[in-house]
Design a protein around this ligand. Structure first.
Ligand SMILES: [Zn+2]
Ligand SMILES: [Zn+2]
Length: 309
């Protein structure tokens, strides 16, 4: 996953408006698309041919970038279908944007998701869940399918199964010559899970969907000193985000949607006092999320000079 923008509400010279790119297999999925997202991508990894865009809610800082981006895809002669998902209201929004976007030559599908919706991709789903903001807002969870258990080749040989088609039968759950699958195939392994909250006050659904997630990307718009203001505006403090990460037992907490009023290190320190494995995401930083048995999520720092376009 790649952070294209980590500011909240207003951009700064170093932080763009919210946008998070998920790279799963060959798929490129964008979560939120703040104003300037296409420039942010062009300045870093290039603007990929996105497969889908998921919008958390319709505050301007989370979707305005979609207008220019859709147009750019058109000018690039894109042919592939693009699916855009969001809470109810997305169709009305696109209806109002029609005079700006015009007709695209590529198929553009707009889908309003249920509060507990699910969109299936190859090997994983993106699930929507309701969060608590001033307007209807969703968080999104990337939930990878469970993987079959490990096949114990030596044990299978020892039990007299010959290598070849019989191995495959066992792996598919069939009994072969009196040897049952449970004897040689380990328990199913959980797929990876990445959760993005969008804008939200503390809410139970985040803890539920982020349970044992590899990475929780949580907004941290305020510090505890401004907790009352966080509540009024439907946002979280760094400490509240850390408490959610702790309750959900995630591996890594990445804070985003930063306000210009604080130093990032103060945000980080407040969260780390509760939850040690916390980073404050920076623009153009990526997090590599390997299978659990191959190690922990790893932060990849941006290159010092963004590529010139
Ligand atoms: Zn926002
Ligand atoms: Zn908002």
């Amino acid at each position: 996953m790649f952070f294209a923008g980590t500011a909240g509400s207003v951009p700064t010279p170093r932080r763009g408006l919210p946008a998070l790119l998920l790279r799963a297999g060959g798929d490129r999925i964008l979560l939120d698309c703040g104003e300037g997202t296409q420039q942010q991508l062009l300045r870093s990894i290039g603007l990929p041919e996105l497969d889908a865009i998921f919008i958390t809610h319709y505050h301007l800082d989370h979707w305005l970038g979609i207008v220019g981006m859709l147009k750019t895809f058109d000018l690039r002669a894109r042919e592939r279908t693009l699916d855009v998902y969001g809470p109810p209201g997305l169709k009305g929004l696109f209806h109002n944007l029609k005079p700006l976007i015009g007709r695209t030559f590529y198929p553009l599908n707009v889908h309003e998701l249920e509060p507990h919706g699910e969109v299936r991709f190859g090997g994983y789903v993106i699930a929507s869940f309701p969060v608590k903001h001033r307007v209807d807002a969703y968080g999104y969870a990337f939930i990878e399918d469970d993987r079959p258990g490990r096949f114990d080749v030596e044990e299978a040989r020892r039990l007299g199964v010959t290598e070849g088609p019989d191995f495959g039968r066992l792996q598919r759950g069939e009994t072969v010559n009196g040897v049952s699958p449970e004897q040689v195939v380990g328990p199913a392994r959980h797929g990876r899970r990445i959760v993005y909250t969008g804008d939200t006050s503390p809410v139970q659904t985040v803890e539920v969907y982020a349970h044992k997630a590899e990475v929780l990307v949580h907004e941290a718009t305020f510090l505890e000193d401004d907790r009352a203001r966080a509540r009024e505006t439907g946002h979280s403090t760094a400490r509240q985000a850390a408490l959610a990460a702790q309750a959900a037992e995630v591996k890594l907490l990445a804070l985003t949607h930063l306000s210009t009023r604080y130093f990032p290190r103060d945000i980080r320190d407040e969260a780390r006092a509760v939850f040690e494995h916390t980073i404050v995401a920076r623009d153009f930083e990526a997090i590599d999320v390997p299978f659990p048995e191959r190690g922990e999520p790893r932060v990849i720092k941006p290159e010092p000079e963004p590529r010139d376009q």
